[in-house]
Design a protein around this ligand. Structure first.
Ligand SMILES: [Fe+2]
Length: 344
C-alpha cells in the first residue's frame, strides 16, 4: 500500500460565480469578533487555559518570528477574529455553501485518509490584523463519545498525540484557504513531523491546502502592514467589519472606531473541517455514540493515560487519587513534541 499524501495544495479552490458568492459573504458578515482563550471552569484541569499547551509554548518561544512576548502584548498578538459560517448541520451564513460542499475539498479529504465518506462539519473565517500571528499548535481532535465539551482542549490534543486513542479517533481533514493577498502571515506546517523542516505557504488569494491539522503542527507568521504606521493595542471585545462604502475594514471597540485598514492589511483565511469515515454505517455508529451512552468517557481516557505514564516512569502512581498537577505536567511534557526548530 502506498503511503497516503500528507497534504494537498490547490492553486485555486473556487472558480467564477462560486468565488464571487463566497467573497460577497465574507464582506457582508456583520462583525468578526475577537477569539479569547478561556480557562477551564470546572472539573479536570480547572484553572488551566483550554489551550495551555499553545499559550505556554508561545510565551517560551515567541512563535514563528521568535519575537519576545510580554503578557501585555499576548492578547493583542494572538487573539485573532472569527466568524462562524457553518457549524454541524447548520449553514450560519448564506453564501458559504460553494465552499462548505466543495467537491474539490471533499475529494482531497477522502484521499488524505483513504476514507470515502466525507462529512463537512464546519467553516470558520479567521481574520488577522497587522502584527497578529498564531503560535505553533495542533488542532483539537475528536473522539467517538468524547468532545471538547467534556474535556479540556489541551487534553484532547495530548490524547491524540499519545497514540493511545487511535481506535476512538474520528479522522478530520482540514482545508485552509486564503482570500486576499495580505503581506506576511505565511502558513507554516510540519507535514514530515516535528523533527523535520517546516513547509511554508505564503498568503495567496483563493489558494488552499488540505491536511490533517490534528496531527501536523502548524503556525502563522506575523501579518505585516502593507503601509507602515502605528496601530493601537487591541483589547478584548474588539470587532472587525468590512465597509463597502469606505472600502476599508473598520475596527471598533464598544462601537468606538479604533482604526481603518485596507484589504491588503488584513489576512482572511477560511478553515473547513470534515469528518471522514470508511462507510455510512460507521459514520452513523460514531456520530450517534454519545447519544446512546457509548464511546469514550473522560474517566476512561484519564485511566488509560495514567497507566501509560506510570509504565513510562513519568507518574508516581497510576491511581486516580494522585496529585492532579503532577498528572497535568506529565501529560503535557510526555506526549507533545513541538517542532525542534522552534523549541527552546
Ligand atoms: Fe490550527
Amino acid at each position: 500500500m502506498t503511503h497516503p499524501a500528507r497534504s494537498f495544495e490547490f492553486e485555486r479552490v473556487l472558480d467564477g460565480e462560486e468565488l464571487a458568492v463566497v467573497r460577497a459573504a465574507l464582506d457582508g458578515y456583520p462583525g468578526y469578533d475577537m477569539i479569547v482563550s478561556q480557562p477551564v471552569a470546572e472539573g479536570f484541569g480547572a484553572g488551566f487555559l483550554n489551550r495551555h499547551d499553545v499559550v505556554s509554548h508561545y510565551l517560551r518561544t515567541g512563535g514563528i518570528s521568535g519575537r519576545p512576548v510580554n503578557l501585555r502584548e499576548l492578547a493583542d498578538r494572538t487573539n485573532f477574529f472569527r466568524g462562524t459560517f457553518a457549524y454541524g448541520e447548520r449553514v450560519e451564513v448564506s453564501g458559504v455553501e460553494p465552499y462548505l460542499y466543495s467537491a474539490r475539498l471533499r475529494e482531497a479529504a477522502a484521499r488524505l485518509y483513504g476514507l470515502p465518506v466525507v462529512e463537512p462539519a464546519m467553516v470558520f473565517v479567521n481574520l488577522m490584523l497587522p502584527g497578529q500571528e498564531l503560535g505553533v499548535h495542533a488542532d483539537v481532535p475528536e473522539f467517538c463519545g468524547l468532545s471538547r465539551d467534556e474535556a479540556p482542549e489541551w487534553l484532547m490534543v495530548v490524547m491524540h498525540h499519545s497514540g493511545l486513542f487511535e481506535r476512538e479517533r474520528v479522522p478530520i481533514a482540514t482545508a485552509v484557504s486564503w482570500f486576499g493577498d495580505a503581506s506576511g502571515g505565511a502558513f507554516f506546517y510540519w507535514p514530515d513531523g516535528p523533527r523535520a523542516d517546516p513547509r511554508e505557504i505564503p498568503t495567496h488569494d483563493n489558494h488552499c491546502v488540505v491536511l490533517d491539522t490534528d496531527s501536523v503542527f502548524h503556525a502563522v507568521a506575523p501579518v505585516k502592514w502593507r503601509y507602515e504606521s502605528e496601530r493601537p493595542l487591541l483589547e478584548i471585545g474588539v470587532r472587525v467589519v468590512w465597509s463597502a462604502e469606505e472600502q476599508r475594514w473598520i475596527v471598533t471597540h464598544n462601537q468606538r472606531e479604533l482604526m481603518r485598514l485596507t484589504r491588503a492589511d488584513v489576512r482572511v483565511s477560511l478553515s473547513w473541517k470534515a469528518r471522514c469515515f470508511e462507510t455510512e454505517a460507521q459514520r452513523d455508529q460514531v456520530m450517534g455514540a454519545r447519544a446512546r451512552g457509548e464511546g469514550l468517557t473522560l474517566d476512561e481516557a484519564l485511566t488509560r493515560l495514567r497507566l501509560d505514564l506510570h509504565q513510562r516512569g513519568r507518574l508516581s502512581s497510576p491511581d486516580p487519587g494522585g496529585d492532579p498537577r503532577e498528572l497535568i505536567m506529565a501529560l503535557l511534557e510526555t506526549y507533545l513534541e513541538f517542532p525542534n526548530s522552534l523549541s527552546d
